[in-house]
Ligand binder design. Structure first.
Ligand code: UDX
Length: 454
């Protein structure tokens, strides 16, 4: 039997909203807090401001079941809860440091409104030492009979599969200085049946950065390998497959492409670099990971230029704009930087994305935006793939060929088999694999047949 906890989740961004809805689904009494009153009014109607499959239904059913509510009154939420989950934004400042303004404001509210002991759970990604500092601050600001232990409990949610990730985590990391607080938060996660790793707070804070930095390193590594593959005539997909079959390496995050984007990897790799710098350590590998990721976008633009010649006056259809499929998130999406470079080189751009729509207009200046792929492809000099949306797998290729000015596909996500695209009549350029010129696949299989027939 789950012990029902009264939980306040501060911040209704991606992490707060998903965590709050999932905790309510697990049977707890949850109030999600945000100072944005309009957002709260929308959330009370189960009108979800972010694109996350399944989230609307989860919020609606828990609102309906009276386990979940939303408020802009942080004082009431703090007073009435046993556990406070901090899930506010921690963006990066110009100098690479983490902007702690929103965390500081929550601490001030806890100090102002807490009238009894409770546990704070830090879910926002924060620099190492933040939990200790926060606990000290609260100790100084509150009467001595009110104890507020701070527990680090980083999230590892992927956009697009955040609800699945919450209910089926690979591990739950809990960093606590006080065993009782750690046990309380461990109990909260026990029904998930995942391995629970209890650590000191600094280690837990670092595990989040280390995990994201390592995954980013895998991506940059395979992107570097892709260049070597192109030079020596190998296929990066097969190289990754061969590497991934070694259980020590694993098959995940070895897809070569135009690099990582989103709200986490770019921010967290930079923050981890800064954390090391702040203790006088030059984290060389991480510096290279970040640089390679940036260069990957530039190289892709050069690849488009090499394929089409001067881009001045050319028209390109960029398919997929979000930083990955199943999200409408454009934060640090490779497509944005690539489109800006194409425009700087004189090309005009039309864009297709099934999820990114009107809200993105400002980030996509000068781009003719479509939610129908065929309209975006009309009269383009080439189809450029920036996000591997499933909808692109099912295109009518004869129609695509007839809409494009020339049958050229430049694929930044290695969605298709080069030979197959050649057979379909396209010149197909991808990352770390041989370019397949139109009809070349047919020619080469004819040659192979001839060879075998002697
Ligand atoms: C990530 C982490 O996976 C998650 O644990 C963390 O808490 C938040 O950051 P997310 O940003 O949602 O999640 O996306 P993810 O699926 O990890 O992909 C990140 C980026 O890497 C995307 O731009 C994706 O296209 C790119 N990527 C991923 C690759 O280029 N190649 C790969 O093999 C995998």
């Amino acid at each position: 039997m789950v012990k029902v906890q009264r939980i306040a989740v501060i911040g209704t961004g991606y992490v707060g909203l998903v965590s709050g809805a999932c905790l309510a689904e697990m049977g707890h009494q949850v109030v999600c807090v945000d100072r944005d009153e309009r957002r709260i009014a929308r959330l009370l109607q189960a009108d979800i401001p972010i694109y996350e499959p399944g989230l609307r239904d989860l919020v609606a059913s828990n609102l309906h079941g009276h386990r979940l509510t939303f408020t802009s009154q942080i004082g009431d939420a703090i007073r009435l809860s046993d556990i406070i989950v901090i899930a506010v934004g921690t963006p990066t400042l110009e100098n690479g440091d983490v902007d702690m303004t929103q965390v500081n404001s929550v601490v001030a509210s806890i100090a102002a409104y807490a009238i009894s002991s409770k546990t704070v759970v830090m879910k926002s990604t924060v620099p190492v030492g933040t939990g200790r500092w926060l606990e000290e601050q609260l100790g100084l600001l509150l009467p001595s009979d009110i104890k507020i232990p701070v527990v680090s409990n980083p999230e590892f949610l992927r956009e697009g599969s955040a609800i699945h990730d919450t209910f089926h985590p690979d591990r739950v990391v809990i960093g606590a200085e006080y065993a009782q607080a750690g046990a309380e938060i461990a109990e909260l996660h026990a029904p998930l049946g995942a391995e629970i790793l209890l650590t000191d707070r600094e280690s837990a804070e670092l595990i989040k950065y280390a995990s994201n930095a390592f995954l980013a390193a895998k991506i940059s590594f395979i992107n570097e390998m892709a260049h070597v593959c192109e030079k020596v005539g190998a296929n990066v997909g097969l190289v990754a497959k061969g590497m991934g079959l070694d259980r020590r390496i694993g098959p995940h995050f070895l897809n070569a492409g135009i690099g990582y984007g989103g709200s986490c990897f770019p921010k967290d790799t930079k923050a981890q670099l800064k954390i090391a710098q702040n203790v006088d350590y030059d984290f060389k590998i991480l510096r290279a990971v970040i640089e390679v990721n940036h260069r990957q976008r530039e190289r892709f633009v050069s690849k488009i230029e090499r394929t089409l010649g001067s881009l001045d006056g050319k028209h390109l259809a960029v398919m997929g704009l979000a930083f990955k499929p199943n999200t409408d998130d454009l934060r640090d999406a490779p497509a944005l930087e690539i489109i800006a470079s194409l425009q700087n080189l004189g090309a005009s751009v039309s864009g297709y994305d099934p999820a990114v729509s009107a809200h993105a207009v400002q980030m996509l200046l000068g781009v003719n935006l479509f939610t129908d792929p065929y309209s975006a492809l009309r009269d383009a000099d080439a189809m450029v793939i920036a996000t591997e949306w499933d909808s692109l797998r099912e295109l009518n290729w004869a129609l695509v060929r007839s809409l494009l000015k020339q049958p050229i596909i430049i694929d930044g996500r290695n969605m298709f088999e080069p030979e197959e695209m050649g057979r379909l009549g396209f010149t197909y350029v991808s990352i770390g694999r041989k370019t397949c010129a139109r009809d070349m696949a047919a020619t080469s299989s004819y040659m192979t047949k001839k060879l075998f027939q002697g």
